[in-house]
Design a binder for this molecule. Structure first.
Ligand code: GLN
Length: 275
């Protein structure tokens, strides 16, 4: 079958955009380039992969898992069912940390990424700050395998540690501790495609969504340098409750809540700078 025939075939299963994205992935071209090779005859094994993937999409599997990778902050990351699919909001979190480090002129920070999943946060920071020391932690061995594979393909050197939050993290002092922990509230309505496909271990954070922040905050003081940044991704309803929690565990801290592109509270930063 030709590229053109395969696009037409794909539209029976999914949107034209997704069909082109899939086909482009298997042909290792950019989706726009497909239009320049409409008459190209595609090898049978690629046709078969394409058809299987269309089937998976029609069964409501997320396209990111079907394709097997995502673009995050311009870098290509492998993903599978053992890790959360990175969101645009998380790019924002990384950007804020990047800005903080640049403003403070910290070129070789020590960074701890708690609950790293596919590794997008820690590894993207390592990419931008090659002299940083980045440690990525997850309780899931399967997630760590994905993160390590990503470090390898991106040519990034980082430490990986299997740990339930701080439990196995050796005592050390970090400039930045970042986490996008599970924060969905137990009874919160979320999209079916998320609920049915993404790891619940990475999504659900207890009745008020704050369980993991409580655990992290309990031990965090031991792991912070005198000057530090704590960066959390948060549920959009959780900002003020988490701010209170931070204020009670780290007295006199400067807490900043920031919104995502949909104007919802999405990030909480705790900053301390001794001038
Ligand atoms: N942002 C994700 C969602 O809305 C949840 C991520 C998380 O719990 N850390 O599905």
């Amino acid at each position: 079958m030709t590229v053109e025939e395969l696009i037409v075939y794909g539209k029976k299963y999914t949107s034209s955009t997704h069909a082109k994205m899939l086909l482009a992935t298997f042909l290792e071209v950019n989706p726009l380039e497909l239009l320049t090779i409409l008459d190209k005859v595609v090898e049978e094994d690629k046709v078969n992969l394409y058809k299987e993937s269309l089937q998976a999409l029609s069964e409501n599997r997320p396209i990111q898992y079907v394709i097997g990778h995502v673009n995050f902050y311009g870098l290509k990351f492998k993903v599978n069912e053992n890790v959360l699919i990175p969101r645009f909001e998380t790019e924002d979190l990384v950007e804020n940390i990047k800005n903080y480090l640049e403003e403070k002129n910290i070129t070789s920070p020590k960074i701890l990424d708690l609950g790293c999943g596919s590794g997008v946060i820690g590894l993207t920071l390592k990419h931008f700050f090659p002299d940083s020391l980045v440690t990525l932690v997850d309780i899931s061995e399967e997630a760590l395998e994905v993160a390590e594979a990503n470090a390898k393909t991106l040519g990034l050197d980082a430490n990986f540690l299997k740990s339930d939050w701080f439990s196995n993290v050796p005592v050390d002092k970090y400039d930045v501790i970042v986490s996008n922990p599970p924060y969905i509230m137990t009874d919160e309505e979320i999209e079916e495609i998320v609920k049915n496909n993404e790891p619940h271990l990475a999504l659900y954070g207890g009745i008020d969504g704050l369980d993991c922040y409580r655990i992290i905050l309990k031990d965090i003081n031991t792991y912070l340098k005198d000057d530090y940044l704590i960066a959390f991704e948060i549920g959009y309803l959780e900002g003020s409750a988490l701010k209170e929690l931070v204020n009670s565990t780290i007295p006199n801290s400067k807490v900043i809540i920031k919104k995502d592109l949909s104007n919802k509270d999405r990030m909480l930063f705790v900053e301390k700078n001794i001038d």
